[in-house]
Design a protein around this ligand. Structure first.
Ligand code: ES4
Ligand code: ZN
Length: 325
């Protein structure tokens, strides 16, 4: 049987983690104080009481306002370095970190302060034996004009991130809305992924667009692809990764979606396990493996397969991949 220690000690790759979703109550309060921002709470318990949500919209309503405490380059550094220290302690060897520049630039923080703070933490974390890269996400409920401006701001910092993605509210915001930005990002040598959240009304259509018309290399969540066997064939054939986040799913959808993960494993699709917004959804990556393993009675072999899938579909060099697979 799979123990908590086993999921803890196993070398892991984290491919679905929003850095803003690692903002723990302690750091939130510390930054609020330092930056003189009134967040309406003064203790950790009070902050935790605000963490009540039962769908994506109610979660995002807690998540975005909290980011106000992030004001300066040093704040982004501390956010990322705190996460990477924790990752190193939990045997996470490689992380591809999502960040949402528009959630910060829209409130007056400069793009440069966001990306250089995060990047500096990544450089310093190399000493901890954790290897990390950044993936810039466009907020899909913002306009494509805003996405265009964001990509323009970002390209001078192209050496500090390896790919682009889409997150935030998917409803009525299909991947194709950002087809042009994805094309430009790909032409600039960047990798492509997109959230295709579970239980969204049009998510099968969104998955189809992303795979067939936008050349994405991974789907974040995306596990309800099991409803469409032809699309499953496509991801199996093209080694497209699907990054499932069990604890997150239990909040924004009523279920952990383990049946979907098991069905994808059985079909030999490259599904893997991650944590999404661990400070908000009750656990980091080892907790996510453990929750899935205990709820669905997974074997060690199945857990190892999920972990290998993450390294295989990561965007590290083939030389580095060979170490882990
Ligand atoms: C997110 Cl759970 C979730 N869904 C969509 N966008 C997000 N950004 C951060 N967490
Ligand atoms: Zn996510």
């Amino acid at each position: 049987t799979v123990t908590r220690e086993f999921t803890q000690n196993m070398p892991k790759a984290e491919l679905h983690l929003h850095i803003e979703g690692t903002l723990e109550p302690e750091l939130k309060l510390k930054l609020a104080k330092r930056n003189h921002i009134d967040i309406g709470q003064e203790t950790i318990d009070e902050v935790k009481k605000t963490y009540e949500y039962d769908d994506l919209a109610s979660f995002l309503g807690v998540y975005y306002p909290a980011m106000n405490v992030l004001q300066h380059e040093q704040d982004f550094y501390e956010l990322a370095f705190s996460y990477l220290k924790r990752a190193a302690q939990n045997n996470v060897r490689h992380v591809e970190i999502f960040f949402d520049p528009q959630a910060h630039t829209s409130r007056g923080v400069s793009f440069k302060d966001v990306i250089t703070g995060l990047h500096r933490a990544i450089v310093d974390a190399r000493a901890l034996n954790v290897d990390a890269d950044l993936i810039m996400c466009f907020l899909r409920d913002f306009s494509k004009e805003s996405a265009r401006q964001t990509l323009e701001q970002a390209l001078p910092y192209k050496d500090m991130f390896i790919g682009v993605g889409l997150d935030s509210d998917e409803h009525n915001n299909p991947p194709l809305k950002f087809a042009r930005q994805f094309e430009d990002a790909k032409a600039a040598g960047l990798h492509l992924t997109t959230h295709c959240d579970i239980d969204q009304k049009d998510s099968i259509e969104h998955i189809r667009q992303a795979l067939e018309q936008m050349d994405v290399e991974r789907l974040d969540h995306g596990t309800n692809i099991v409803e469409d066997p032809d699309l499953v064939d496509f991801v199996v054939k093209h080694h497209i990764g699907l990054t499932s986040c069990p604890l997150s799913n239990t909040y924004v959808s009523p279920k952990m979606k383990g049946e979907e993960v098991l069905s994808l494993l059985e079909r030999d699709a490259k599904v893997s396990i991650h944590s999404d917004d661990p400070a908000y959804f009750g656990g980091y990556i080892a907790d996510n493996y453990y929750a899935l393993a205990t709820t669905y009675d997974l074997t060690k072999e199945q857990i190892i397969k999920l972990a290998r899938n993450a390294f295989e579909t990561s965007w590290i060099s083939d030389e580095k991949k060979a170490i882990y697979i």
